[in-house]
Design a protein around this ligand. Structure first.
Ligand SMILES: Cc1cc2nc3c(=O)[nH]c(=O)nc-3n(C[C@H](O)[C@H](O)[C@H](O)COP(=O)(O)OP(=O)(O)OC[C@H]3O[C@@H](n4cnc5c(N)ncnc54)[C@H](O)[C@@H]3O)c2cc1C
Length: 396
């Protein structure tokens, strides 16, 4: 039984992703985590399946699939390895979507097509050391130099920035007045071969250890004029619009992590004996499993309702924030319970729930913290109230 009605094609994609994830991704996940190793072969395999161009129309060499299919596949990859899932999520949701929606045909030809085929890996560089939740306060500067731009500053926390071939980078093109804030930001298409571009410090993280997260240093980085994406000064709007969709991906990642933890816990509870019986026979453990499954199902249902709204072309800012907030807090809660069900064995690396617990935490932080999601949701609700729109409290 499923609460989310799936088409035959969506079921096929889910099955393909599940088979691939369980056969090729899951067996390596613990080792890659232990060694903090990025496995490039994984990118190649994801590309072969078309999983790096799922949301890109066929005319730009993608699979042209709907959001539901993509989120189902992403969840399966996350069940196997959360680090592989963040790669898939960032690439599919942020840089490729920005190029698709705001790029010129020439930019799409040069960058989007190879990205959709998975021959080029995309990254997203909005955050800076001093500009996280308040991303509009970013300080990287872009100044004109003839036909080119010169970018100077430090971008922080760039997921798979070590291996990215194309980085969509937000920088300030209008520095005339601090009050211009978000309005003075533009987006540039960077490639690592540009003079003045270098990969900096690699973060030593709690989780997602096989997804390298790095700083990118721009030291007068010379960027040709045709690498400006869309209109000058509109870069922050493009980034926020992409994050609306990106947050659905992070929700799917969180659901995958939580599902892996629930599956491991249910299995363990039937195997582990105390007081001469499987711990699954204790009502205290049964109730934990029941609550984990219930919250997970609610998170998944909310996510797929938001995805369906996106497919209908509706504005999903509030619902993507709700889906991300609820799924990621569910993942943290479920993985905490999973460790508890495993007792001491949940606290060591012999069992996977320790990794799921560490991996879950960051989903509450990136692409907007839980606090920021609550701000977005509340702002939207209060706007409905001020319009006197009672229906808008529950819809949009
Ligand atoms: C593993 C990892 C991968 C990442 N990948 C990328 C990437 O690929 N590209 C990219 O651009 N960024 C990326 N990020 C950055 C991420 O988006 C930021 O870490 C996040 O937005 C939070 O910013 P911050 O870390 O500076 O925290 P801060 O903004 O300093 O927040 C600190 C605390 O204050 C709270 N807070 C801040 N402002 C408010 C407020 N107004 N009201 C209430 N509470 C508030 C926050 O919720 C948080 O609890 C990544 C981060 C991590 C950890």
């Amino acid at each position: 039984m499923t609460l989310i009605p799936l088409t035959e094609l969506q079921r096929d994609i889910q099955k393909t992703a599940r088979d691939f994830a369980q056969r090729d991704v899951a067996p390596l996940a613990a080792e890659l985590d232990r060694e903090s190793r990025f496995e490039h072969a994984l990118v190649t395999r994801l590309a072969e399946l078309g999983f790096l161009g799922m949301l890109i129309p066929e005319e730009w060499d993608g699979l042209g699939l709907d959001a539901t299919s993509y989120l189902l596949a992403l969840e399966e990859i996350a069940v196997a390895d959360a680090s592989a899932a963040v790669l898939m999520s960032v690439h599919n949701s942020l840089p490729t979507q920005m190029l698709l929606h705001y790029g010129t045909d020439a930019q799409r030809e040069r960058f989007l097509k190879p990205m959709a085929r998975g021959e080029m890996l995309g990254a997203f560089a909005l955050s800076e050391p001093d500009a996280g939740s308040d991303a509009a306060s970013l300080r990287t500067q872009a100044v004109r130099d003839g036909d080119d731009w010169l970018l100077t500053g430090t971008k922080a926390w760039v997921s798979h920035g070590t291996h990215a071939d194309v980085i969509l980078c937000m920088a300030r093109t209008d520095t005339s007045d601090a009050r211009v804030g978000a309005k003075g930001i533009s987006t540039f298409i960077l490639t690592p071969d540009l003079p003045g571009f270098s990969v900096g410090k690699k973060e030593d993280k709690m989780g997602l250890r096989s997804s390298p997260t790095v700083q990118i240093n721009l030291d007068g980085c010379r960027v040709p004029g045709d690498r400006l994406l869309g209109a000058e000064g509109h870069g922050f709007t493009y980034a926020l619009a992409s994050l609306d969709h990106g947050r659905l991906g992070i929700a799917a990642q969180a659901i995958g992590i939580a599902r892996a933890a629930l599956e491991a816990s249910a299995r363990y509870a039937t195997e582990r004996k105390q007081f001469n019986q499987p711990i699954a026979s204790f009502q205290a453990i049964q109730f934990k499993l029941a609550d984990m499954a219930t919250r997970l199902t609610a998170a998944r249902t909310l996510l797929h309702a938001a995805a369906a709204a996106k497919e209908r072309g509706e504005r999903i800012t509030r619902f993507s924030s709700m889906a991300k907030l609820f799924a990621t807090e569910t993942a943290m809660w479920v993985t905490t319970e999973a460790v508890q069900i495993h007792g001491g064995y949940g606290y060591v690396t012999d069992y996977p729930v320790e990794r799921h617990f560490r991996d879950a935490k960051v989903t509450e932080i990136y692409e907007g913290t839980s606090e920021i999601q609550r701000i977005v949701i509340a702002r939207d609700l209060l706007a409905a109230v001020s319009r006197g729109d009672v229906d808008g409290l529950l819809t949009d």
